[in-house]
Design a protein around this ligand. Structure first.
Ligand code: 13P
Ligand code: SF4
Length: 324
């Protein structure tokens, strides 16, 4: 467990009156608290619909850096809210469910990472934003799925690079940059579920559809894809593509915005290799409208950070933001 960051208010909270009009209550609390609601595409549709901004990790951190709100209600997972706190130490950052983690961030512990880095003393450390503040504090620069290639290309050719924690994103960056990366062996539990074999069958059954995929998918899946990008990249691709049908290999929440920008499009969720036929992130889906209401009402759970860790983590985040 990483003790540099915590969430205050992680106690049982009172049940919410079922007769409340939660949308109206949240709008009123937002005004009263001078709050902004930032949401990731993997949130429930009802949360996306009342958010001030819905975006990918990069867009969300850019919005968090710009906002003049006093309170940021972050409807996403812990590393995203924590990044908002790194950028806004004076603001109250709320995370509706304290357990909204991420398999990538959770499986890259700071002690193990620091020990691992000792084996690569002369390397530039590039960390994916899906990491805790303590990992960011040990990094030279942060990247997201939308700028990982640009971030690696910004590093002089003669420098060696370690990349953590997503091994699939790292491999995709290697392919796109021609650089060799030392990889931490992390993976996303949602994106690793997509299986190339099933996608080959689905593509054969729907030859008119484009396969679009997030770079957290395995290489065997990415090799089949017609387009690869961050969640914002995927939404934008659907918006501008002349095609009418898409197989979507990422968390299915993203389809809400795809359908909004392309109501005529047919969207087919890529099937996970086993279990139910929809890919949802168990962490992202912990947030609910009810928990968002309680968070704004009680100003809790709040994300807090050890100040030394925050200051150390800020530098690599700012380096990323400076790249645009
Ligand atoms: P994006 O930055 O592409 O939205 O990805 C975030 C994430 O957690 C994907 O699983
Ligand atoms: Fe983390 Fe994967 Fe969920 Fe994204 S989809 S938040 S990478 S577990």
């Amino acid at each position: 467990m990483d003790h540099s960051t915590s969430v205050i208010g992680a106690q049982d909270r009172p049940a919410v009156d079922p007769t409340l009009d939660l949308e109206a209550e949240i709008a009123e609390l937002k005004r009263k608290r001078h709050a902004v609601i930032l949401a990731h595409y993997y949130q429930d549709e009802e949360i996306q619909d009342l958010a001030d901004y819905v975006g990918d990790s990069l867009g969300l951190s850019q919005r968090a850096a710009e906002t003049d709100a006093d309170v940021i209600a972050f409807c996403g997972v812990h590393f995203m809210a924590e990044t908002a706190k790194i950028l806004n130490p004076e603001k109250t950052v709320l995370l509706p469910d304290v357990d909204a983690g991420c398999s990538l961030a959770d499986r890259c512990p700071p002690d193990g990472f620091a020990e691992w880095l000792k084996g690569y003393p002369d390397h530039v450390v590039v960390s994916y934003i899906n990491t805790t503040a303590s990992i960011k504090a040990l990094s030279d620069i942060i990247c997201t799925s939308s700028n990982a290639v640009r971030v690696v290309e910004s590093i002089p050719e003669d420098k060696k690079i370690v990349f953590a924690p997503d091994r699939h994103l790292a491999r995709w960056v290697e392919k796109n940059t021609g650089r060799q990366l030392v990889k931490w062996p992390g993976f996303c539990v949602v994106h690793e579920q997509f299986a190339a074999r099933k996608l080959v069958e689905l593509k054969a059954a729907t030859p008119e559809a484009e396969l679009i995929a997030h770079p957290e998918c395995e290489d065997s899946v990415l090799c089949l894809a017609d387009y690869i990008g961050s969640t914002t990249g995927l939404v934008s691709h659907v918006e501008h593509s002349p095609k009418k049908s898409f197989i979507v290999a990422t968390e299915m929440g993203v389809m809400h915005q795809m359908q909004r920008v392309r109501p005529d499009a047919t969207l087919i969720g890529a099937p996970p290799s086993s279990g139910c036929q929809c890919a949802t992130c168990p962490y992202m889906r912990l947030n609910t409208l009810e928990k968002l209401y309680v968070a704004l009402r009680d100003l809790s759970p709040e994300v807090t950070l050890d100040e030394d860790v925050r200051v150390a983590a800020l530098k690599p985040v700012e380096r990323m933001l400076a790249l645009g």
